[in-house]
Write a protein that binds this ligand. Structure first.
Ligand SMILES: Nc1ncnc2c1ncn2[C@@H]1O[C@H](COP(=O)(O)OP(=O)(O)OP(=O)(O)O)[C@@H](O)[C@H]1O
Ligand SMILES: O=C(O)[C@H](O)COP(=O)(O)O
Length: 400
């Protein structure tokens, strides 16, 4: 990979210059306490870049998405609490703009002093950020690029998105890869090119259709592919089981059936699940066989037998890649599967990678020892698409 790095930019000198940093500050929030960040790992991961630029006297303009608002302001997805947290982590105040490219952002960017940091409001409050229309994205990218002299991408979690701030802004400014992007790409390159066998992949989480392509791509390379979390129900349905009110992508059932047929036993599904009456910590819940989920229940975690089954598959692995929690770990009654699988991964005599904002958050919020994992990636979809062998638009843009 030939690209310029943050170190190159620092060597050129940034004092008094305006640097646009694309970060992935898409942090999870406490489901029961609005506005309270439940895991600030992604904010901490970008700190070295921000500190280096701040300390070198740059005027730093940080931009990120949060969640998936629909191209217009939505208070549920404001980055305001993240600006506060970022200021605490940096130990210096972070100015927050209440819009992304509007009057407030322009005034605050214009008033930045050397070594000051500004966080713009959620990029996805603007339709141009995620638009599939090149001209619409370009128009928004022009507005973003106008803020700065240089562009640094340290948003590894978003490099798989062909979005204005990831793909189009670097075409408009001298561009550099931040340390986080460089480190993530290096680790994932090793895992994807030369994984030591046996290689076990564990997939879960809720973004089902996002993750089916990676299963297809990884099947020829892995010894076992363990599927839990919200994803498993589409597979269980494909095996002919009823899944009650569990998360299900009906239109993907045929694809899952096809994957199971190709896998020749290497895709391992849960044999039991924790089935609840509703999506709530207080809901009545029981362990049921994966083939017998009652019509009025939804599966919110893998059951104890499945956890054991998955742990024993993980035990002999030399390489483990894990993306996506095994259940709704944020609610205590449904955290055991994720905890059990994570603990099994910490015990392997080999190299493990945890990919995904929520999976990384699970490691930390469940009190597991972060240092027992080989690498904790900030990218969920990004790390999966890298392993799939896809070109990542954000990385390609930096290479140009
Ligand atoms: N059985 C289930 N039903 C519904 N949701 C589930 C289930 N199991 C896990 N989840 C949810 O999946 C979410 C994480 O899914 P996601 O696919 O986003 O993971 P990730 O890849 O680690 O994160 P990201 O893509 O944000 O980096 C968690 O919030 C968890 O509560
Ligand atoms: O959570 C993630 O994986 C990244 O922040 C990207 O978010 P997205 O899947 O909403 O583009």
């Amino acid at each position: 990979m030939i690209l310029k790095t943050l170190d190159d930019l620092l060597a050129e000198g940034v004092s008094g210059r305006r640097v646009f940093v694309r970060a992935d500050l898409n942090v999870p929030f406490d489901k029961s306490k609005p506005g309270v960040i439940s895991d600030d790992g992604r904010a901490r991961a970008v700190l070295p870049t921000l500190i280096a630029l701040r300390d070198a006297g740059a005027r730093v303009i940080v931009a990120s998405h949060l969640g998936r608002p629909k191209g217009a302001p939505d208070p549920k997805f404001t980055l305001a609490p993240v600006a506060t947290r970022l200021g605490e982590l940096l130990g210096s105040s972070v100015v927050f703009a209440s819009d992304t490219v509007g009057v407030d952002a322009q005034a605050k960017a214009g008033a930045l002093a050397d070594g000051e940091v500004l966080l713009l409001e959620n990029l996805r409050f603007n339709a141009g950020e995620t638009s599939k229309d090149d001209a619409e994205r370009a128009a928004f990218a022009d507005q973003l690029a106008a803020f700065a002299d240089f562009y640094v991408d340290d948003a590894f979690g978003a490099v798989h998105r062909k979005h204005a701030s990831v793909y189009d802004v670097p075409a408009r400014l001298p561009h550099y890869a931040g340390g986080l992007v460089l480190k993530e790409v290096e680790v994932l390159r090793k895992v994807s090119e030369t994984p030591e066998q046996p290689y076990v992949v564990v997939l879960g989480g809720s973004k089902v259709s996002d993750k089916l392509a990676v299963i297809q791509a990884l099947l020829p390379k892995v010894d076992k592919l363990l599927v839990g979390g919200g994803m498993c129900f589409t597979f269980l349905k494909a095996q002919g089981h009823e899944v009650g009110k569990s998360l299900l992508e009906d239109e993907m059932v045929a694809v899952c059936a096809d994957l199971l047929a190709q896998a020749d036993g290497r895709i391992v599904l849960p044999v039991d699940v924790v089935a609840a009456t509703e999506f709530s910590a207080d809901a009545t819940h029981d362990v049921v066989a994966a083939s017998e989920i009652p019509a009025d229940r939804l599966g919110l975690d893998i059951g104890p037998k499945s956890t054991e089954l998955f742990a024993s598959a993980i035990a002999g692995a030399k390489t483990v890649f894990w993306n996506g929690p095994m259940g709704v770990f944020e609610l205590a009654p449904f955290a055991a599967g994720t905890r059990g699988v994570a603990q099994a991964i910490t015990k392997i005599d080999g190299f493990s990678v945890v990919g995904g904002g929520d999976s990384a958050a699970a490691v930390r919020t469940l009190g597991l020892d972060e240092s027992a994992f080989g690498h904790i990636s900030t990218g969920g979809g990004a790390s999966l698409e890298y392993l799939e062998g896809k070109t990542l638009p954000g990385v390609a843009a930096l290479e140009k």
